[in-house]
Design a protein around this ligand. Structure first.
Ligand SMILES: Cc1ncc(COP(=O)(O)O)c(C=O)c1O
Length: 440
């Protein structure tokens, strides 16, 4: 590093991108270039960039008040709570707690689960079971409930060793590729783990309803979630659903839970809550979860910036725009259009093992050989090569993958994406994959 090293990002990178402004799905770079954002940043943007109404609502909130401690009521918090209740949340999730990011919200959701049992006088339930292909954040606790080796590497001694259940993964099911019982097998393996650990020691099970970038939009199969819910109920284990990525319309329904009829005890969701305009993530819980805390005179300790009035105002306006413009239905329709393009161009590609997902969350798994599912070596860094080749052509894709799933590219554009933009994303992805695999 020298005096000439750019001040941002923190760890200097030869691939740093300098964005001056953005509109819709397009990022404008210094010097007049454009990047078509095929992944809405980190699968965040939903109403698209540049909606002045959101800026105006945020400015108004910040002009009237800079800050109030999270437990105090403010008009912005009240409006957001009412809208969430009226138009978005499953009816049984009546209590809302707010954080500024997904990691800290998931951390708090786990804390809530354990605190719930403590408040009821149950001191034995303290474990949180996660899954072997998953991502729930980067705090030292959330790394412990995730199956994301690369992000855990080097920190193992600081990370709690929580049990991990197998993730339903049709392509590489232990029963065989696309075995019809892959979903049931994964749910039964969860119950076997519960019995090994001792159900009375387990506070909660946490999982994404459809994996985000860790698994590349892995679909769980139709029978997984009903069985998981039944097992959790039978053993008195709370169900925490992490919809940080899939929530607020991303998969074509308000929450991905609705695809599988999941009724979580605690739901965490956020990237889409303010669609990238402000850092805000919700922890949503039922009355039954929160009642023991209230009865015991306890609170759930807040983070200083939880429920910031400006962030609440931005979220309220983003949700209003989604309602007024029917953008959740649009995400479902655009998702089908994107899937059709990807299937058409990449469905038979020799290096594409699977194209999967729902709505505007789509994952492509890249392999050396689609017949044998042999992966490229980690050292080939194929995902990074694809992303680099995409950027060179002016399109940004989001990388992923962990463990058995080595190379993943995710697409998750804003819901306002046009047909022409979808064409360009799919065509560029094909060209980027071709270039990347030719180079290894
Ligand atoms: C499912 C899921 N949970 C948690 C997180 C962590 O969120 P954050 O990066 O805001 O801390 C992410 C981030 O991608 C996520 O996809």
């Amino acid at each position: 590093m020298t005096d000439q090293t750019p001040l941002w990002p923190f760890v200097p990178s030869p691939r740093a991108v300098d964005i001056t402004h953005a509109k819709g799905c397009v990022l404008h770079t210094r010097g007049g270039g454009e990047i078509l954002d095929a992944s809405g940043g980190a699968i965040v943007s939903n109403i698209g960039h540049g909606r002045a109404e959101v800026g105006a609502a945020t400015a108004e909130a910040m002009t009237s008040m800079s800050y109030a401690v999270p437990p105090f009521l403010t008009p912005e918090r009240t409006r957001l709570m009412e809208r969430l209740r009226r138009a978005w949340l499953p009816a049984h999730l009546t209590r809302t707690w707010l954080a500024s990011g997904g990691s800290e919200a998931v951390d708090a959701a786990c804390r809530l689960a354990v605190q719930h049992f403590r408040a009821k006088g149950d001191n034995t339930r303290w474990k949180i079971i996660g899954r072997d292909i998953s991502y729930h954040g980067t705090t030292l606790f959330t790394l412990g409930i995730a199956g994301h080796e690369a992000r855990k590497r080097g920190f193992e001694r600081l990370i709690p060793d929580m049990p991990l259940a197998p993730t339903p993964y049709a392509l590489r099911s232990p029963l065989g590729r696309h075995h019809p019982d892959f979903d049931i097998a994964a749910a039964d393996a969860f119950e076997a783990l519960v019995l090994r650990e001792g159900p009375e020691t387990i506070a909660a099970f946490i999982a994404e309803p459809i994996n985000g970038s860790s698994g590349g939009a892995l679909m769980p199969g139709p029978r997984y979630w009903p069985r998981i819910q039944e097992i959790c109920k039978r053993h008195g284990i709370l169900l925490i659903i992490d919809e940080v990525m899939t929530g607020f319309g991303r998969t074509g329904k308000p929450f991905a839970c609705a695809h599988f009829d999941i009724a979580p005890d605690i739901l965490v969701s956020g990237k889409g809550l303010a669609g990238g305009y402000a850092p805000i993530v919700g922890v949503f819980a039922s009355e039954e979860i929160v009642a023991p805390l209230a009865e015991g005179g306890q609170s759930l300790m807040f983070y200083t910036y939880g429920g910031h009035p400006g962030a609440c105002a931005a979220a309220d306006k983003v949700l209003q725009i989604m309602e007024d413009e029917d953008l959740v239905a649009r995400a479902a329709a655009r998702g089908r259009a994107l899937a059709a393009r990807l299937e058409g161009l990449l469905g038979q590609h020799p290096n594409v093992a699977e194209i999967r997902g729902e709505g505007l969350l789509r994952g492509i798994e890249i392999v050396r050989d689609r017949e044998t599912l042999e992966r490229f070596p980690e050292s080939a860094a194929v995902t990074q090569r694809v992303i680099g080749a995409g950027l060179k052509r002016g399109v940004f894709f989001y990388g992923g993958g962990t463990g058995a799933i080595r190379d993943i590219v995710c697409l998750g554009p804003a819901f306002v994406v046009s047909d022409a933009e979808l064409d360009r994303m799919a065509e560029t992805l094909k060209a980027a994959i071709d270039e990347a695999v030719a180079a290894v």
